[in-house]
Design a protein around this ligand. Structure first.
Ligand code: 4AD
Ligand code: MG
Length: 451
């Protein structure tokens, strides 16, 4: 009977005639038997196998080196060894694929920088196995969160002709690498990879009330930081009949719920993060789950930064963008908790955000968390046709190209709001991993596109 290492290690009773398949982590030989540690990535732990000399296939044991793949049949017995409940007494072993001496993941523990150079092999290590299992769990938790609240999952397009964030940081999609007119191009116009599914998401919220998207997003920004990737995943809920307040409430609840999922879920992978990646992780996540988030208007945030006495690299002042160092001061030093900052200056935010009555700010919000800075960005959308047309013309957006977006304001317009949560930043927060390149299977950053 075939069993995964996870099933075997989590078993409650001894069993006979089980088949386990996986990769050899280590092997130790005695005169009469060999110990094999077998890992198949289904969980953090490895299965210890005792292969007595003379069992079927024992003549191949010397080739079962670190990295080789093997199939083992045997009986599960309780283990006298420390740190494991079960071990397998093999009745036969079989070499499936060899791994020569130059297999790069030998016993020695490698750092994440070294392993980044071999993204195709790193899931075989304890750290990356744990990261990518956690990534999968977190993705399920995202869907569960919205499913429980009756949000409809919408697949917004990847190829698009609009620039949602208006920052012009887009990858062009073309079948005419040598140039040519837009009309001759594949879609008969200029198209790009999406920077956000929001605008299309709005059209669905203005029909189905509460929706969310969860998909890949692309940004051609030349940011060389540990928190920016050129391809990342974003979750974007959008809610009709909702204002900024409701938007902030949902964003905070969402961040808390995902954090709780990781804190209170199976603890072997989390244990690895809190023991080896970040010793303060558990305490920090507890505080995110247990304590309310702080809320500050942008104007209050700027006052706090101005009075902080800190010397920042980037200037602080009303009208300036908050930089990561400012965001981290607010959440880590001042509030000592996550903080939601709202009502940003109109001039530093995209066209779709709702103008506030003060004539200076828009109903925008960002959630900032310790260790990361911005994890969520969102807003109430401008639902008033004339106000939206005014900003669009100011920003040079053509009414023809965005006619469909204006239609939402022409036909049964409603106050609506939404936000985007960076999935990788969330993963960084719950694992303590410091670099975004280490929480996405194949990172894409300026100048880097591996397999
Ligand atoms: O703040 P952003 O740019 O907001 C939007 O795109 C809105 N359209 C969302 C909405 O209202 N529906 O991005 C949202 C989040 C950020 O807070 C950050 O967590 C993440 O996406 N993000 C990135 N993550 C990794 N690499 C990058 N280059 C990122 N840019 C944004
Ligand atoms: Mg943002």
């Amino acid at each position: 009977m075939r069993r995964s290492v996870k099933e075997v290690l989590g078993g409650t009773e001894a069993a006979k005639g089980l088949t386990v398949q996986g990769w050899v982590r280590t092997r130790r030989d005695s005169r009469d038997f060999s110990f094999l540690e077998i890992n198949d990535g289904t969980c953090l732990g490895s299965l210890q196998v005792i292969a007595d000399a003379g069992i079927e296939g024992y003549d191949q044991v010397q080739s079962m080196t670190t990295g080789a793949s093997v199939r083992v049949v045997g009986n599960l017995v309780s283990s006298p060894g420390k740190g494991q409940k079960w071990e397998m007494q093999a009745t036969s072993v079989e070499l499936v694929g060899t791994a020569p001496e130059d297999y790069p993941l030998q016993k020695k523990r490698h750092g994440p920088e070294f392993l980044r150079e071999m993204a195709h092999l790193r899931p075989r290590t304890n750290l990356f196995g744990a990261v990518f299992r956690t990534r999968s769990r977190l993705a399920h938790a995202v869907h569960r969160f919205f499913e429980e609240r009756n949000f409809v999952y919408v697949h917004t397009p990847i190829i698009t002709a609009n620039d949602c964030e208006g920052a012009g940081e887009m990858f062009q999609v073309t079948t005419q690498p040598d140039g040519g007119s837009d009309q001759e191009d594949f879609f008969g116009k200029t198209t790009h990879l999406t920077v956000s599914g929001q605008l299309e998401g709005e059209t669905f919220a203005c029909a189905l009330t509460n929706i969310y998207t969860f998909g890949p997003t692309f940004r051609a920004e030349n940011s060389h930081t540990s928190r920016h990737a050129s391809e990342f995943w974003m979750i974007e809920p959008e809610m009709a009949f909702c204002n900024l307040e409701g938007d902030m409430d949902l964003a905070e609840e969402f961040v808390k719920e995902l954090t709780r999922e990781i804190l209170e879920g199976p603890n072997d992978d989390f244990g690895l993060f809190s023991r080896f990646v970040d010793k303060g992780l558990e305490e920090r996540l507890r505080c995110i789950v247990d304590r309310p988030f702080a809320r500050l208007s942008y104007t209050e945030a700027v006052e706090i930064l101005e009075k902080s006495g800190q010397s920042f690299d980037y200037p602080v002042g009303w009208g300036e963008n908050l930089q990561s160092e400012h965001e981290r001061y607010l959440t880590e030093e001042h509030c000592k908790s996550p903080v939601t900052v709202y009502d940003y200056p109109e001039a530093i935010k995209p066209f779709y955000m709702r103008r506030n009555d003060d004539g200076k700010t828009v109903a925008a919000m960002d959630v900032l968390v310790p260790g990361i800075g911005e994890i969520v960005g969102g807003s109430q959308r401008e639902e008033r046709l004339e106000a939206l047309r005014k900003t669009m013309s100011k920003e040079g957006l053509s009414e023809e190209a965005y006619g469909w977006y204006l239609d939402l304001r022409r036909f049964g317009t409603v106050p609506h709001a939404g936000f985007g949560l960076g999935f990788e930043r969330m993963l960084m927060m719950v694992t303590g991993v410091q670099n975004i390149r280490d929480v996405i299977p194949y990172p894409r950053t300026p100048g880097v596109c591996g397999p």
